[in-house]
Write a protein that binds this ligand. Structure first.
Ligand code: FAD
Length: 285
């Protein structure tokens, strides 16, 4: 089952950034990675939201700075750590500055507070009820199954609940096994879920960091890939060139499987992501 809209054959392109710690970091990010990657004319750039709302101000600042340079900015939002009033205040701030799409996530639960929504679905439901049709709401999807889920069937049912609550699109956790994505979108189609599900792509640039993130996120690094990466343990340039080759092939396969676009986890860097975009035929301004 293809996710591609036959009327629009150009895959969508988006990049994810995290808010820098200080003004200096913000200036460097805006002049560096964001400027370089904006040259590919992405559909949007998303901005992460630290667990428990820890980057609330930084996320707002980066979203605002992107919009000021005419980049469509998509804030991530999670419910953990904020009161309802603070949550709605943030959403209304985003509405005022021109945000039209929000990525809704679960985030961390404040311990002992059972009155707070426990899942991303609750955030989607709340935003759809309070701001009907005012935002496009995206959610996360897990072709390799979310690490907290008891099994793939339950995880799919929970994903379906987010879609039925009003999510309009999804972005996946990254993975290096394209067939996991193919299988996932087939199961979504069988379950009657027709929203676009864009694969999240993690460039390979640092072995230790990738292994750490992957263990936490439940992203599988196949044995052949782990063993191949270890050949470049002392060769950063070689690793990046190898990573670009592997991830280009992964993206090509995902597009063949019908992916509606690609969402790059940039980690605030531009080198590997821009080379991947070039290899995949995205044009630079
Ligand atoms: P949910 O969809 O709520 O699911 C979480 C788990 O609960 C799953 O295992 C699901 O199966 C299960 N579940 C759902 N509903 C029920 C139910 N009714 N009963 C029992 N179990 C249920 N984290 C950040 O902190 N900041 C970010 O900016 C950020 N951005 C991300 C962007 C993308 C594209 C992705 C894929 C992940 C991102 N994350 C981010 C990580 C995310 O917060 C974690 O993966 C988190 O653990 C789950 O969030 P979720 O929104 O997918 O949760």
């Amino acid at each position: 089952m293809s996710q591609t809209d036959p009327a629009n054959t150009q895959p969508s392109l988006s990049f994810e950034f995290f808010p820098p710690r200080d003004e200096d970091g913000m200036a460097k990010l805006l002049d560096g990675a964001i400027t370089k990657l904006a040259a590919f004319n992405p559909d949007y750039c998303s901005v992460t939201y630290g667990a428990g709302g820890s980057t609330r101000q930084g996320t707002q600042d980066l979203v605002q700075a992107m919009l000021a340079t005419k980049i469509q900015a998509v804030p991530h939002l999670s419910i953990g750590g904020s009161s309802d009033a603070a949550l709605y205040q943030l959403v209304e701030y985003y509405q005022e500055i021109g945000v039209t799409k929000i990525l809704c996530l679960r985030g961390d639960q404040p311990s002992g507070d059972a009155s707070k929504p426990a899942y991303a679905k609750d955030l989607v439901e709340r935003l759809q009820q309070r701001y009907p049709k005012q935002f496009e709401l995206a959610v996360a999807a897990y072709p390799e199954v979310h690490p907290d889920a008891s099994c793939a069937t339950d995880d799919l049912a929970h994903f379906a609940a987010k879609v039925n609550a009003g999510a309009n699109s999804a972005i996946t956790q990254y993975f290096y096994n394209p067939e996991a994505y193919g299988y996932f979108i087939d199961r979504c189609a069988q379950a009657g879920l027709s929203i676009p599900i864009t694969p999240g792509i993690m460039p390979i640039t640092n072995i230790d960091a990738l292994q750490r993130f992957s263990a936490k996120a439940g992203a599988d690094i196949p044995r052949w890939l782990a063993k191949s990466m270890s050949s470049y343990a002392n060769d950063d340039k070689g690793l990046i060139a190898f990573g670009v080759e592997v991830v280009t092939k992964l993206c090509e396969r995902l597009l063949e499987l019908g992916a509606p676009g690609l969402h790059f986890y940039t980690l605030n860097r531009w080198g590997a992501s821009s080379q991947l975009c070039r290899n995949l035929g995205f044009l630079e301004r």
